[in-house]
Design a binder for this molecule. Structure first.
Ligand SMILES: *[C@@H]1O[C@H](CO)[C@@H](O)[C@H](O)[C@H]1NC(C)=O
Ligand SMILES: *[C@@H]1O[C@H](CO)[C@@H](O)[C@H](O)[C@H]1NC(C)=O
Ligand SMILES: *[C@@H]1O[C@H](CO)[C@@H](O)[C@H](O)[C@H]1NC(C)=O
Length: 300
């Protein structure tokens, strides 16, 4: 670009962005479901003729609300904001173009630009909106070791301002490389035991008394070797989702299992010894005696 052009551009930009539009000093924080006012105003008097105010999402360019030709233009609004975003109509003549946003949703989080066009001038302000609610889910930090046949608890707790009635779904899944196995599902204030994969049917449950506290820990009964792996607890509430994992590793054998194993080994040992004795003492040291060996071995 040639220098004179550059200067000309800058001058034009200065002219067209000459309007000083004010917004809030910092990000706005509000709880989900509440109403919030996004401030946008000018100090100077602006003629109503040709006045245009445009509220957009900065990230997506979505049109949130528009004031044009002396009135609000709800028909231009993006669907999501219909009936939820309003101007204070009687305030517009005083240079107050604040936006009233109802029933705040998680997806409303982000940056908004309020642009004011007045005859030759225009100006804008950018507002950051954050939701006060964060969905936090905590699980079991340490991998869990367990014995086959035992019962265990996999932790999953929802920590947020969201009350349990507003928890839409909690799903426990076992995440294998090739597939996700549904272990247990909670939906619309109900546990759905029939949703469980047959591998977990009748072996899993929530602690019913703990659910109102947002504790969706899972009881897994009669642990099997193939239960080893990573379990995902995924929570959906108020348009948000969060998850926690629990790792089930080192499926050991319990003392009783080990006892049985030792007994087996010693029994086979004795059998072998017996075989040897028979073999050594036998007058017919031929291939036939192998029969005895196998007989005793498999007898065990
Ligand atoms: C704009 O109008 C709203 C609604 O009356 C009010 O809450 C807000 O304080 C006003 N803002 C300014 C800067 O006057
Ligand atoms: C959730 O409930 C289980 C079972 O009663 C308990 O072991 C666990 O500590 C609870 N978790 C929290 C965070 O309260
Ligand atoms: C679990 O949550 C993390 C963020 O905490 C996210 O990156 C990840 O995709 C989630 N996993 C699943 C399977 O939803």
């Amino acid at each position: 670009m040639h220098l004179p052009n550059c200067v000309l551009m800058s001058v034009l930009l200065m002219i067209s962005h000459g309007l000083l539009v004010h917004g809030p000093f910092g990000p706005l924080v509000a709880p989900l479901g509440s109403s919030v006012v996004l401030p946008c105003y000018v100090d100077e008097f602006l003629p109503m003729k040709d006045l245009e105010v445009e509220w957009r999402r900065t990230d997506s360019e979505t049109l949130v609300h528009l004031y044009q030709d002396g009135k609000s233009r709800p028909e231009a609004q993006q669907q999501d904001y219909h009936d939820r975003a309003h101007f204070f109509t009687d305030q517009i003549q005083h240079g107050n173009f604040s936006l009233h946003l109802d029933n705040l949703r998680a997806e409303d989080e982000g940056r908004y630009t309020c642009t004011v066009y007045s005859q030759q001038d225009s100006g804008k302000t950018v507002i950051t909106l954050k939701s006060a609610d964060r969905l936090l889910v905590s699980g079991s930090d340490e991998p869990i070791s367990v014995f086959v046949g035992e019962d265990i608890t996999l932790n999953c707790s929802v920590d947020s301002h969201i009350t349990p009635e507003h928890i839409e779904e909690v799903s426990w899944k076992k995440t294998d490389e090739d597939e996700d196995i549904l272990v247990l599902l909670y939906q619309n204030n109900e546990t759905l035991p029939d949703s469980s994969d047959e591998r977990y049917r009748d072996r899993v449950e929530f602690f019913t008394d703990e659910i109102p506290k947002g504790n969706f820990s899972l009881r897994l009964k009669n642990v099997r070797t193939e239960d080893k792996g990573v379990y995902l607890c995924e929570v959906f509430a108020g348009g948000l989702s969060a998850n926690a994992t629990a790792v089930l590793e080192q499926l050991g054998f319990s003392v009783s299992h080990i006892m049985v194993l030792i007994l087996c080994i010693s029994a086979s040992g004795s059998a072998l010894l017996l075989c040897c004795l028979i073999y050594c003492r036998s007058p017919y040291k031929g291939t036939n005696n192998l029969f005895f060996f196998f007989f005793f071995f498999f007898e065990d």
